[in-house]
Every structure is written in C-alpha cells, then in structure tokens.
Design a protein around this ligand. Structure first.
Ligand SMILES: Nc1ncnc2c1ncn2[C@@H]1O[C@H](COP(=O)(O)OP(=O)(O)OP(=O)(O)O)[C@@H](O)[C@H]1O
Ligand SMILES: [Mg+2]
Length: 416
C-alpha cells in the first residue's frame, strides 16, 4: 500500500511513542530486577551464615539424643557409629567424611542434595577423641528462597504492566507537542500558499495585460524586456505556490488523480532538451535512455521537473569539457518503482560524503560562491514527499551518479 507523507509522519510519531514506552519499561524492569537480585543475595547470605553457625554449635555442644530442629547428630567412636535417638535421614551419616576427619582431625563442610531437599553437613573432631557429624535439613530456607523468587517474579510482571502503561502515557505526552508542531507547520504552509495564490494570479494577469499594452505602445525594447522578465518571475512564483498546494494535497490523499499523473519519460526528455545548449557549449555528450511508452508516477509535475532539472544542472556543472552525461530511465526489479539515474563522468565525490550532499547548505570543496548547497536538499524533500528515495554514488575524479526512485502509478493503483 502506498503511504502519504502524513502517514510517514504518523508512523514516525508512533515509533517515537513506542520507543519512549519501551525505554520506561526497560528502566522499571531493570530496577525491579536489581532490587530483587539484591534482596535474594542478602537472604541467601544471611541463611548460609545462620546454618553454618547452627551446625558448628550443634556439632560442638549438641547431644545426639536431643538435637535442635531439622538437625541430626551422629558420632564416630572407636570405629563405631552412634546414630542418636532420632535416626538420620536416608543416605546419612556420611561415613567417608567421618573416617576422613577421624584420620586427619580437619573439619569438613559439605552440601548434599538428597531426598528432595538439600542438607548441609559438618563433620568435625569432638570431645574425647570422637568425631561428630551434624546434618542440617535446609528445606525451609530453600522454600523461603523460592517464595522470594516468586514474589520478585510477580512484582516484575506487575512492574512490567505498570511500566508499559506509564510508558504509553509518558510517550503520548512527550510526543504530543511534536505531532502538533508538524501539523501546525503543514497547515501554515497550505494556508499561506492558498492565500498567496490569488494575489499572485492577479499580479500575473495584470502584468500580462501590461506586456500586451507595452507591445502595442511604442515602449523602448529594454522596458519591454524588463516586463517580460518580471512576468516570467511572477509565473515562477505562482508555480512554486501551486507546487506547495499540490504537495499538501498529495500528502493528505495519495489516491491517484488524473491531474497529478506525471509521465517521467516525457519529463526527462524535456529536461534533457532544456540542458542541450549548455551541454553543447561544453562539448558534453548528453544522452537519454528509456524504455518505450510512458512511465507514470503520481506527483506534482513542476516539482518533479525541478528535481530532474537540478540533477542535470549539477551534472553539467561538475562535468569537464568533452565529458558524458547519461539520463537513464528504467522499471525496477521487482517492478513497482521507476528508477531515474543521472550519471556523469565528472569530478565525482568522496563516497563518505554521499549522504551529506543532501544536507541543507552542504557544498563541495570546489563549489563557487554563487552556489548555496540547497539544490539536492530541496530535491530530497520533493522526492520523499512523493514517497520516493534518492541515492548518490560517486568517486573522486571518476564521476557521480544520482538515482531517484518513485512508485509507479500502476502499482499505486493496485494498492502497493
Ligand atoms: N554531479 C555531481 N558531481 C559531483 N559532485 C556533485 C554533483 N552534484 C552535486 N555534487 C556535490 O554536492 C554538493 C551539493 O549539491 P547541491 O545541488 O545541493 O548544491 P550546489 O549545486 O552546490 O548549490 P545550489 O544547488 O544550491 O545552487 C555540490 O556542492 C557538489 O559538491
Ligand atoms: Mg545544485
């Protein structure tokens, strides 16, 4: 489907809003995760310390018959294991640890996963040459950790939802002024153009009347020339205002209309014909290559004419005597777009400059003082307002080529 400049603006605003929302959501998510992670670490650390000190004190002072809750005590005395009144869980005591500590006298701490829970086991030398093993079942501590993780997960999901809503609200408020400014700017251009159109048309009509009277009266030739030039300038001014209005209409409603269908092939032929004299002066070969038949796009003819004219004028300016300029027209592959390329064998430019050439007031190093660096910037505005693209390729001393792509009307009509 073809989208108008207004659609592009709306998409830009939507993207900005989503970006703000995503940013707020990420910040809140990271904050909740950070708080959860710190809380979890503190809990694990505190529990581990608590279990370790409990095990140590049970092994030192506890009696096998009356161990504290969740704890079992076992003693190894003269090679015989004394299990205590409460039997140790399945898989305990750890006989190998008892024997090792008995032999070395060095305490051993171990974590054992068994019976669906986790046991912390400390084996250390006890009083009277005995070796004591304290076994602690950490199931309640593990359950507390799981509860904390669940709480963090729930808080995270809640936070995420709140973040998305907050982000949407914040995004809407942050982006609203941008949308408003774009809308106001568009309206101003349309209204001002509309208001200017009538006085300009009146001035042009009066001037034409004057030109006719001047021809009838015996006015000196220089005055007649002056009047002619003034009429041409005013006609140009009228065309610019007309362009602005047509572009605004195109932006608001990109449906093809007969009065906005432009044959790029015809327009390109006319542009080449206009540049012929200047090219001849510099002995530049100017050629046009195009497929047969019309290549129709939807747009403002005068604006597109100026865009193609700007590319040709730049090419003539940057191509030395005896050079070559080719204007090529073709349908894109896959079809859907018309490609218009102006390639020359002139000065070229540094490839890193390719994007900067389209910036306002950007001029190349060899540009004369009379150049403003505005031509390509305005051209890009025309092209994007016609839902097209422009690309520049060049190398110093090896020429430049500018390719303009515009949606072909047949595909616009078919909802491309
Ligand atoms: N065909 C080309 N070959 C080499 N460089 C080019 C060509 N066309 C444009 N450029 C470079 O791009 C710069 C910008 O071009 P642009 O048309 O925007 O401005 P300009 O021609 O310098 O001035 P203006 O168009 O405002 O009179 C030029 O100064 C030139 O350096
Ligand atoms: Mg220019």
């Amino acid at each position: 489907m073809t989208c108008s400049a207004a659609d592009i603006e709306r998409a830009l605003i939507r993207r900005t809003r989503l970006r703000v929302s995503a940013l707020v959501a990420v910040v809140i998510t990271v904050l909740v995760l950070a708080v959860g992670a710190v809380g979890y670490q503190v809990m694990v650390h505190t529990q581990d310390n608590q279990i370790a000190s409990e095990l140590r004190s049970s092994a030192e002072n506890g009696a096998p018959a009356t161990p504290p809750g969740c704890t079992w005590l076992v003693a190894l005395d003269d090679g015989v294991v004394h299990p205590g009144i409460v039997p140790a869980p399945r898989g305990f005591p750890l006989r190998a640890d008892l024997d090792a500590v008995q032999a070395t006298g060095v305490a051993v701490d171990r974590t054992v996963a068994a019976n669906g829970t986790e046991y912390r086991v400390r084996t250390q030398p006890g009083a009277g040459g005995r070796t004591v093993q304290a076994i602690f079942d950490a199931r309640y501590q593990l359950a507390d950790r799981h509860h904390l993780l669940l709480a963090v997960l729930i808080a995270e999901l809640g936070g995420l939802l709140a973040a998305a809503l907050t982000g949407l609200l914040v995004g809407r408020h942050a982006v609203a002024p941008l949308a408003e400014a774009l809308d106001k700017q568009r309206r101003f251009v349309t209204d001002a153009s509309h208001e200017l159109r009538t006085p300009i048309t009146q001035a042009y009509t009066r001037l034409q009347l004057l030109v006719r009277r001047a021809a009838a009266a015996d006015l000196p030739a220089e005055h007649r020339d002056g009047l002619d030039r003034l009429a041409t300038s005013i006609r140009g001014l009228g065309e610019v205002v007309e362009d602005l209005l047509l572009s605004a209409r195109l932006a608001a409603d990109p449906t093809p209309r007969r009065d906005m269908l432009v044959d790029l092939a015809e327009l390109a032929s006319a542009a080449v014909a206009r540049e012929c004299d200047r090219a001849d002066e510099k002995r530049i070969t100017l050629s046009l290559e195009r497929p047969p038949g019309p290549l129709t796009v939807l747009g403002v003819e005068t604006a597109l004419r100026r865009a193609v004219g700007e590319l040709l004028a730049n090419a003539v300016r940057h191509t030395p005597e005896g050079g070559r300029i080719e204007l090529r027209l073709a349908r894109s592959v896959p079809p859907g777009e018309i490609e218009l390329t102006v390639a020359d064998t002139g000065d070229g430019f540094d490839p890193v400059e390719a994007d900067r050439l389209f910036e306002r007031f950007h001029r190349g190093p060899s540009a004369s003082e009379r150049r403003f660096g505005l031509g390509l910037a305005l051209l890009r505005e025309v092209v994007t307002s016609h839902n097209g693209t422009i690309e520049a390729v060049g190398h110093p001393g090896r020429g430049a080529s500018f390719t303009l792509r515009l949606p072909e009307v047949a595909s616009v009509a078919h909802g491309r």
